[in-house]
Write a protein that binds this ligand. Structure first.
Ligand code: HEM
Length: 220
């Protein structure tokens, strides 16, 4: 479906609903995609503005941090339904978030990229320190995180799913490696946001152990 058709579809389906919880699945998916594109344009526009107005460069730190936190929350939302499903908890949450996982995951990647552009690339371009001469552990973990999630972002579509078959789900397990690099990214900057993430990783391990045990006992 073209972008124009998507917007027309979105306007009509929003108008036909009196309650936001009655939004159709495709409307929710389109809303997430459109919001992501808007945020990306905002981030790119802000970066260009900062490059042409160097006395405003200090703002890149604040805006960049907000974008990083948004990407972090989106990663939580992408992985939460899987954990809840494996632990047989919160069925409403599973039903609501599961069909939106792909859009949430793509939004996470694009906003993570925007976070890097604003917080790191823009100040470097402004101060002529790009390409990198050295990397701090925080930056290194952040860049490895973006690289780890790149194949997932590129294959988050029906065509790749059809072509890759079983390899697709194996490839998408890379998200757990991504979680580890995100944890390192946050630990290296002594961020309090590393604590909920560590708890989240723990829940991932518990839920996987539970589903492996359930599978092996049903095979016996
Ligand atoms: C998907 C990828 C990424 C995510 C989800 C992410 C997430 C975050 C989050 C949540 C914060 C805020 C921590 C806090 O305020 O306590 C943050 C800060 C930061 N990130 Fe990232 N990040 C990513 C990639 C990167 C990359 C690639 C770089 C640079 C190479 C980077 C550089 C930074 C810097 C410099 C800070 C601020 C540190 C400070 O305030 O002193 N991030 N990131």
């Amino acid at each position: 479906m073209s972008a124009k058709h998507n917007i027309i579809h979105l306007v009509f389906s929003v108008n036909s609903c009196h309650n936001t919880s009655m939004l159709s699945l495709s409307t929710k998916q389109t809303l997430i995609t459109l919001s992501t594109i808007l945020i990306l344009f905002f981030a790119l526009g802000f970066s260009l503005y900062s490059l042409t107005t160097p006395d405003q460069l200090f703002k890149t730190q604040i805006i960049g941090q907000y974008l990083g936190k948004l990407a972090y929350l989106l990663l939580f939302l992408t992985l939460l339904p899987g954990i809840a499903k494996r632990l047989s908890l919160f069925p409403i949450l599973v039903r609501t978030l599961m069909p939106l996982r792909r859009q949430l995951g793509n939004a996470m990647y694009i906003i993570g990229l925007a976070h890097w552009i604003v917080i790191d690339l823009t100040p470097r371009l402004a101060t002529y320190t790009f390409p990198y001469r050295y990397l701090t552990p925080t930056q290194l973990a952040g860049l490895i995180l973006l690289l780890t999630l790149l194949p997932l972002f590129l294959t988050s579509n029906d065509r790749s799913l059809r072509l890759l078959k079983k390899t697709w789900s194996r490839l998408h397990k890379l998200v757990y490696l991504g979680l580890v690099f995100l944890l390192l990214h946050l630990i290296f900057q002594a961020s309090g946001w590393s604590l909920p993430l560590a708890a989240f990783l723990f829940l991932e391990i518990i839920s996987y152990t539970k589903s492996i045990l359930a599978r092996s006992s049903s095979n016996q």
